[in-house]
Design a protein around this ligand. Sequence first.
Ligand code: FAD
Length: 388
Amino acid sequence: MIKTDVVIIGAGAAGLMCAATAGQRGREVVLIDHSQKLAEKIRISGGGRCNFTNINVRPECYISNNPHFVKSALKQYTQHDFIALVEKYGLTYHEKTLGQLFCDQNSQGIIDLLKAEVDLGGVIWRMGTSIGQVEQIDGGFVVTTPTEVWQCESLVIACGGLSIPQIGATPLGYEIAKQFGLSIVPLAAALVPLTFQAEDLWAELAGVALENVVVSCGEMSFREDILLTHKGVSGPAILQISSFWDAGKTLAIDLIPDLDLSDFFRLANRDSLISNVLADVLPKRFLLVWLAKYGEIRPLKQYSTKELLAIEADLHTWQVKPSGTVGYKKAEVTRGGVDTDQLLSKTMMVRNVPGLYFIGEVVDVTGWLGGYNFQWAWSSGYVAGLNI
Ligand SMILES: Cc1cc2nc3c(=O)[nH]c(=O)nc-3n(C[C@H](O)[C@H](O)[C@H](O)COP(=O)(O)OP(=O)(O)OC[C@H]3O[C@@H](n4cnc5c(N)ncnc54)[C@H](O)[C@@H]3O)c2cc1C
């Protein structure tokens, strides 16, 4: 049995930040990950350029059973703190859209930065090491791996969610939570493309992008682009709304959010085919398929007022009922997780298991698309790192 102050399970975004913070405070930290490769999810993130934070980070951009839970950690370690760290390492970045900050270099720059910070803290690395058993003992925990047995005062679970099992996601974090009697808010793939019923599939439309549309599910809506795919629908607006979608719910898509179509039709050439008139605002390939539900495509003047009003209403609230999601293999994150009611928001420690901490995606906190999830990993990892 080797004694140490802290064991962290999971060397992803949250685990690395936590290890660096605790190590630099002088704590002896062991960082264990079953993967041989470091932080694969950071490497593939943001299309290889890592959308490492968002300048507009605020609690409203996180989904959790307790919407106030994120406030403390996000305040203690802000997006500006991480931006300062990025600048300290000489990395440059740019804002892509909606406050999303991406590296100018590639994601490896962020991984190298975190590794350097962890090494500054003198952390003991155990990559390629699986976890056998986790037990609570008097005054701490025992973590058993195939080759070593570690005894620690503080144990941090940073194993992430279920997304992308191909690069090492496992349910270990949830299993450890259950072992300690903690409840789990039901899990679901989120920030994920949605699928259509076979009869709703329009294979010939795969690849069509519809720009700047408003996608709504209940009270929530996002205005961004969508992309029709062979299986259903994807693109940033769909990934965003997927975090609010549950089986059976219908999406409403406003394809022309700023357009008064009655005015538009009134000013248009009434001898033109309706598909040509609408091609000024929507892709023609889409219109030729979509308009078929109103019969043969005719010149504008041959449509009755009733038909034009129906088309207008349909374009503003196109009802789409997804059949499901493409699942964890493609989902960016896992919604749900360790119930925040059981954690102290200032430190991420389990209320009634002193010394046990959960950070990052394994917790019931899911950010919007756009750098919010990494910011949660940095912030929750940092606050735990200060307290372990
Ligand atoms: C394709 C993709 C792109 C993304 N792009 C972005 C983006 O640009 N911006 C953004 O903010 N978010 C992005 N995300 C989300 C972001 O990557 C995660 O929210 C974030 O990595 C969560 O950090 P974490 O440390 O909690 O978990 P992870 O980063 O997933 O780390 C968990 C670690 O635990 C280890 N582990 C798991 N099981 C075990 C086990 N049984 N034993 C030992 N170790 C284990 C894993 O190997 C891994 O290293 C993206 C996600 C995906 C999948």
